[in-house]
Design a protein around this ligand. Structure first.
Ligand SMILES: Cc1ncc(COP(=O)(O)O)c(C=O)c1O
Ligand SMILES: [Zn+2]
Length: 410
């Protein structure tokens, strides 16, 4: 049974029934799911949660889903103690939350499985989304599993591997001649005209809730405690706010001690409107025109930027950006220290972590979790330069001639 009881406006508090709605009629602010936390607290215990399935659905009672969930095996991804990377960065208690290991290779599966489950409950036969690439794959995969039709809209410069990653599930794939922000504007119009379950428009409050499970898992995997610091990437800013909400809810339910986690936003310098606002001491996010290879988080006008800023400020955290070169160096460092091949958004997180540790903002002894949200193999083109194999004939002489010096010096 779900304890969700209404949608509530984040600004004015007006309540609405649990329907496919995302904006308040009075003040146009975003709506979010509210719960009966008292009843939830009575119905939940650490032991029961720990005995649940090894997927995000172990937290089903903390999500707004009533009917059968659309589950492709998402969540309960590894929280890896990253000692090698920590040594490089000067951090003694560093962990990587490896969300590359979700079914469609990004954290988006968390959000989408809740949103598509709700779409089916609401009686939609079609789902749709505006995506920078990862969401498209996830929506298409969940629609395939739920036997629903999917329309996925992506910007024209999306990476080829991301297109294949969505197309394999056979959605109606629409490539829009414009940036992600153009795609998003277009989809807002499309959503008004067609009665589809638009994952990040009319279903956005439910989509948002799925990402909380990342925060729940981190706390449970740390032995039911919140970390001292979290570094997570932000595009629209939604994931960042929901990691915080997940931790905060666990404390509210008495499942962990009060949360004192410093939350740090990571963005690519070529698309860093939230970091800019943080550095300017403003709560207003001015849109930018993205120019970065880190396409999955290249959103110039972030819908939840203001709320992400609030979380960064109120938690005593911060916001930091790195350029494309630093992002690629981050991807390489993560792979070469921990064996985890992330996409460039992960490189941004590692680059930001490096800066925050070097400047003493994150301290050596603080228990820090870096959220690695998407896998690398679908965006290999950014790493073409690293492939420099030794070409040999299939003879031992040729091998020795080519790499003999290396073998001898090893
Ligand atoms: C790999 C990856 N990380 C992080 C994000 C950021 O998500 P949000 O829009 O919730 O800030 C995205 C968004 O597409 C993404 O693809
Ligand atoms: Zn309102």
């Amino acid at each position: 049974m779900s304890y969700a009881r209404a949608l509530r406006c984040r600004k004015c508090g007006q309540e609405y029934p649990l329907q496919p709605l995302n904006r308040c009629d009075f003040c146009l602010s975003p709506l979010e799911v509210s719960y009966d936390y008292k009843a939830m607290a009575r119905g939940l215990s650490r032991e029961e949660l720990a005995a649940g399935p090894r997927s995000m659905w172990r937290y089903r009672d903390m999500l707004p889903v009533e009917g059968e969930e659309v589950d492709i095996g998402t969540g309960f991804t590894p929280l890896v103690k990253a000692d090698n990377l920590g040594r490089e960065l000067g951090l003694d208690r560093l962990y990587i939350k490896n969300d590359c290991l979700n079914p469609t290779y990004s954290f988006k599966d968390r959000a989408v499985s809740v949103a598509v489950s709700k779409a089916r409950e609401f009686g939609f036969d079609t789902v749709a989304c505006a995506s920078t690439g990862n969401l498209a794959a996830s929506v298409a995969a969940h629609a395939a599993k739920a036997k629903m039709r999917a329309y996925v809209f992506v910007p024209s410069d999306v990476e080829p591997g991301k297109l294949v990653g969505a197309a394999i599930y056979d959605p109606i794939l629409v490539k829009v001649d414009g940036s992600y922000d153009d795609v998003n504007r277009l989809c807002t119009e499309v959503a008004k005209r067609y009665s589809w379950g638009f994952i990040n428009i009319n279903l956005r409050p439910y989509y948002a809730e799925g990402s909380k499970t990342l925060g729940y898992e981190v706390a449970e995997q740390l032995g039911w405690r919140a970390p001292d610091c979290v570094v997570a990437p932000a595009a629209s800013g939604l994931l960042f706010t929901r990691i915080w909400k997940g931790l905060d809810e666990l404390a509210m339910l008495g499942l962990i001690e009060p949360v004192n986690t410093h939350m740090y936003i990571a963005q690519a310098a070529g698309s860093s409107p939230i970091v800019n606002a943080f550095n300017a001491g403003s709560m207003h996010v001015n849109p930018v025109t993205p120019d970065t290879i880190v396409k999955s988080i290249a959103i110039g006008n972030p819908a939840d930027g203001h709320y992400a800023l609030m979380v960064a400020r109120q938690s005593g955290g911060g916001a930091c950006a790195v350029d494309d070169e630093e992002a690629i160096a981050g991807v390489q460092l993560l792979a070469q220290t921990e064996g985890i091949f992330a996409e460039a958004a992960g490189g941004v997180v590692v680059g930001v972590l490096r800066k925050l540790a070097a400047s003493g903002v994150i301290k050596r002894g603080e228990l820090t979790v870096a959220s690695i949200t998407g896998a690398g193999p679908r965006t290999q083109e950014i790493l073409a330069d690293i492939v420099r194999p030794f070409a040999v004939q299939p003879t031992i002489e040729s091998v020795e001639e080519s790499i003999g010096a290396l073998v001898r010096s090893a």
